[in-house]
Design a protein around this ligand. Structure first.
Ligand code: NAD
Ligand code: UD1
Length: 338
């Protein structure tokens, strides 16, 4: 192992899958996470999958002196930054919490990296930075315009990191704009662990499927789409994990800041998604069409050509495989890591 990567938020959903990909590719991984939205039980699961154990440091990213000590203690050469809060609705209700945690963590991390001379960074951004008025497929040059505090934190961090790379030519920074991550590792050992009632479609449908929730509410079937329901670009979390590895390898050879969409480039409607889940679980999902959810746009899917050309990365998993893997995780772990 000659490369050592710090993965912030590495016990979380996307971070744990990316840790698996990094360990399998021969990287040593140091995880920093305060466990605000994850469990340290994920660590033994990662070891079970890979036969390798990441080093774990429980700390808050905003604690710059502790993070600087982590850089002193381990031979870290790059960072993948996942740590952050991600619930859109909560961010509208408690904006200060989001600006404090997400901006505070990113700024603290960059300061610790500057002190330690580490200048290769991959950042988890989101398609939510794009203006809702952009036509799909959305490419990286599309107009930005987040509509909630969560999306704003991603936008501000992107801006800060772009300025960091402009100010110091030693930096290599990748901003990854994910579309809708779903699925789980095919072993069913790691997956998403939503706290409380899920807000996102797939975690919600899965909890209806295991009968934890009574029925799915479909938010509107009167959109201007072929079946009237909204269309999104769902991407398998294991494909996303490979995307981080591809970005890191690119950044290890290049300077400057770079932006890549990570999506499949294909849209799936809410009804198509539900049908696929029904096919996987072999039964019908109780459901009811209700009014539109505020803030939803009819169609969002990626133009993912830039990642394909520059990183040789393409999402490989089908929507059927995404739903099957998500269901396998959900069935095996009805209460997450509890
Ligand atoms: P997650 O909540 O499962 O993982 C985030 C991790 O960060 C958690 O383990 C949490 O405990 C940790 N964390 C939060 N604040 C911290 C802090 N101050 N110090 C240390 N650790 C802290 O979320 P995820 O789905 O894995 O998302 C990872 C990243 O990707 C997030 O930044 C999220 O905004 C972004 N993202 C997620 C999605 C999605 O739909 N899941 C879509 C686009 C972007
Ligand atoms: C939502 C966020 C987005 C965030 C993303 C993270 C909003 C407006 N957008 O995106 O900022 O980056 O999650 O993955 O919150 N749906 C139902 N019933 C449900 C849940 C969802 O019908 O119980 C529908 C929604 O109306 C939407 C689709 O399913 O049309 C997908 O919803 P969701 O999984 O929340 O993702 P996004 O809306 O794309």
């Amino acid at each position: 192992m000659d490369k050592c990567t710090l993965v912030t938020g590495g016990t979380g959903y996307i971070g744990s899958h990316t840790t698996v990909a990094l360990l399998e590719a021969g990287y040593q991984v140091i995880i920093v996470d305060n466990l605000v939205n994850s469990s340290d039980k994920v660590l033994s699961r990662i070891e079970k999958i890979t036969g390798l154990a990441p080093i774990f440091v429980r700390a808050d990213l905003r604690d710059t002196s502790t993070i600087t000590k982590v850089f002193k203690e381990y031979p870290i050469t790059s960072v993948v930054h996942f740590a952050g809060l991600k619930a859109v609705k909560e961010s509208v209700e408690e904006p200060t919490k989001y600006y404090d945690n997400n901006l505070g963590s990113a700024l603290s991390l960059v300061k610790a990296m500057e002190t330690s001379g580490v200048s290769t960074l991959v950042f988890s951004s989101s398609a939510t930075v794009y203006s809702p008025f952009e036509d799909s497929p959305v490419d990286e040059g599309a107009t930005l315009g987040p509509t909630n505090p969560y999306g704003m934190t991603k936008y501000f961090i992107e801006r800060m990191l772009t300025d960091v790379a402009l100010g110091d030519k030693d930096w290599s920074i990748g901003l990854l704009r994910y579309f809708n991550p779903i699925g789980a590792h095919s072993t069913g050992l790691i997956g998403e662990m939503p706290r409380g009632t899920p807000n996102n479609l797939v975690p919600y449908v899965m909890q209806v499927a295991i009968e934890k929730l009574e029925k799915l509410y479909i938010f509107g079937d009167d959109y201007e789409t072929p079946d009237g329901t909204c269309i999104r670009d769902y991407v398998h979390v294991v494909d996303l994990a490979r995307g981080h590895l591809a970005a890191l390898r690119f950044l290890e050879k290049t300077k400057g800041s770079h932006i890549w969409n990570l999506g499949t480039g294909k849209g799936t409607s809410v009804l198509e998604l539900i049908q696929t889940v029904e096919e996987v679980i072999g039964k019908s999902i109780p459901k009811e069409v209700v009014g539109r959810r505020s803030g939803d746009v009819p169609i969002v899917y990626a133009d993912a050509e830039k990642a394909s050309e520059e990183l040789s990365w393409r999402a490989e998993n089908t929507i059927l495989k995404m739903c099957a893997d998500h269901w396998n995780w959900q069935k095996q772990n009805p209460d997450g890591y509890q």
